[in-house]
Design a protein around this ligand. Structure first.
Ligand SMILES: *Cc1c(COP(=O)(O)O)cnc(C)c1O
Length: 564
């Protein structure tokens, strides 16, 4: 491996379904990013936290309430311990860190190492040993300590591992923004000064890249200034307020914005939203993508291998799917659907009919994703199934342990299951993870997405579906604004609206639009014009999978942000 030039920092990363080091879309994106970087031979190294106790594993009780269970994993089965040790100062204590390595290898033999930071060492106090145990666990003290480990500890560890020639530091969300503080210190120390100055800030800015991932407030960590100064053990944070502070708090998003020369949102629409939020900064966009090889089901991999050789190395060539035969697409889809329905039977005992139109919905259960929108009017849904044609529904998704509204939404879906009875079969598959995501996005007939605009920054599961020829039925937000061609790549729920005209309470009108589109367009097409339906599936691959992949995304980071 050549000396890495780009360091990619992410609080979570999804590399293997046996490694619960991710919570959702952010981590999946990080995993797809490093895979594509390895294939494209981008000299990259990645840094994250170990999350020894993972995120959590989800059970649903008889009332539909989510129960979280810890998930331990066997670290040394997946990662290799590295010898260097570094320390960081946290709240007056010296905390020792080690790292574990995972090599993301491409078929071409190039690899991107991922380093997992770990504070669970006998030298540390009992509580410091737990700092890298839980992803998104604990309180805000726990979180800021974790962010010191990730940002400051991460840079020190990279140096100790011999990464001294890095020219770019990419913050995948604001969690890692404290890396900028460490870089500033390095620059000042190199110049023989005790403190950094504004010229140093300029120097650091030229090296940093920041990707913001959500307009939702809880995604932007901020800490009271007194807490931050205490934990960091320094006053210069307060004396350089214009860099570090926003409304009396250490705001990780503002820190990342202030210390980056290139800032992007994760879809065109999201960049517009972020531009409205952060007016002083120039926000570009690089639309997310998914890793084509990883998210394509085996039946479609075989189909692509037969007709589009080289599609893994060159995802753009998926445009040739335009000439695949309808019969072969349907055969591959039927096989993928079969696998999913088998999983449904295995997990729930419920037998789904392979001939019935199957809708899928799975993502983090949180208020703005409105996972209960489809079941908001059970009577209407039953009536649609009775008149337009039968449907069955597969749900999945975890709520964050403190997200009460998210848990309530899951409960509502599960209650709707009772009222729908046999008229519309519905199952909620527990413990959504990357393995289940792969089965679901490939095996349903239509992928549903109902976020509250403009809060879905991108969304990536609809892209996974597209790779498998599964069309989306989605609100026009996030990536779908770019991927949507009505009746060609899928369907819109409701109208497209200007960024500043999104109405906060559009649940009722969106539900009506969803039912209407299902009843009049999607269901009739599926049952009465199957060839045309499969033609839509074909467009999903040729028009969307060929573009919304992480190979294209990483290439854009290379051109716009890494080596511009
Ligand atoms: C892809 C994926 C997500 C993100 O889905 P969105 O559509 O972006 O909400 C979350 N969790 C898992 C396990 C995934 O594979």
């Amino acid at each position: 491996m050549p000396t890495p030039l780009v360091a990619y920092f992410s609080m979570e990363i999804a590399l293997d379904s046996a490694m619960p080091t991710y919570a959702g879309g952010l981590g999946v994106l990080a995993g797809d990013t490093v895979r594509s970087a390895a294939e494209l031979k981008v000299p990259m190294v990645a840094v994250t936290l170990l999350h020894r106790k993972g995120y959590f594993s989800q059970k649903l009780d008889a009332t539909g309430w989510q129960i979280e269970q810890p998930c331990e994993w066997e670290i040394s089965r997946h990662l290799v311990e590295q010898s260097p040790r570094v320390s960081v100062a946290i709240d007056g204590r010296s905390v020792m860190l080690r790292s574990w390595k995972y090599d993301v290898q491409s078929s071409g033999g190039f690899s991107v190492p991922v380093f997992f930071l770990d504070t669970d060492l006998p030298e540390n106090s009992e509580s410091d040993r737990t700092l890298t145990h839980f992803l998104y666990g604990g309180d805000s003290y726990y979180r800021i300590c974790q962010e010191v480990v990730l940002g400051i500890g991460g840079i020190r560890m990279l140096r100790a591992l011999g990464c001294t020639g890095l020219t770019r530091y990419h913050m995948n969300e604001g969690h890692a923004a404290l890396l900028g503080l460490e870089l500033l210190d390095e620059v000042a120390h190199k110049a023989g000064r005790p403190n950094f100055n504004h010229d140093d800030v300029e120097l650091v800015r030229r090296q940093c890249v920041f990707t913001t991932h959500t307009p939702v407030a809880s995604g932007h960590d901020q800490f009271p200034l007194d807490l931050a100064m205490r934990v960091l053990g320094r006053q210069d944070v307060a004396s350089m307020k214009e860099i570090f502070c926003c409304e009396g708090a250490l705001n990780m998003t503002f820190l990342a914005l202030n210390l980056s020369h290139y800032i992007n949102g994760v879809a065109k629409r999201h960049a517009e939203t972020a531009q409205l939020m952060f007016g002083h900064y120039k926000i570009d966009s690089i639309t997310n993508g998914v890793h084509a090889d990883r998210w394509t089901s085996e039946p479609f991999q075989a189909l692509f291998d037969r007709h589009i050789p080289g599609w893994r190395a060159d995802n753009f060539s998926l445009r040739f799917a335009h000439s695949l035969s309808l019969v072969e697409i349907w055969e591959a889809h039927t096989a993928a659907k079969q696998q999913l329905l088998e999983r449904v039977r295995h997990d729930t005992g419920v037998i789904f009919d392979p001939h019935v139109l199957t809708l899928g919905f799975a993502r983090r259960a949180t208020a703005y994703k409105r996972c209960d929108l489809l079941v908001s009017d059970v009577i209407r849904l039953k009536q649609i199934a009775a008149t337009a044609g039968p449907i069955q529904i597969i749900y999945g998704g975890k709520a964050h342990p403190n997200d009460f509204q998210g848990k309530e939404a899951i409960k509502k879906v599960i209650h709707a299951r009772e009222s729908l009875g046999h008229d519309v079969r519905l199952v909620y598959l527990p413990d959504y993870n990357i393995e289940l995501a792969k089965l679901m996005t490939a095996g349903v007939d239509v992928w549903l997405n109902t976020p509250q605009p403009p809060l879905e920054a991108s969304g990536t599961s609809g892209m996974k579906a597209a790779l498998n020829g599964v069309p989306s039925l989605s609100v026009l937000d996030g990536w779908w604004v770019e991927g949507w061609i009505e009746g060609e790549t899928g369907w819109a729920i409701g109208e497209s609206c200007k960024i500043d005209q999104t109405h906060p309470d559009r649940a009722a009108s969106d539900a009506a639009a969803l039912y209407d589109k299902l009843e009049r367009v999607v269901i009739p097409l599926f049952y009465r014009n199957r060839d045309r339906f499969i033609d839509v599936m074909r467009h999903c691959i040729s028009l969307n999978a060929s573009f919304f992949n992480s190979q294209r995304m990483v290439s854009q980071y290379v051109i716009k942000a890494y080596f511009e």
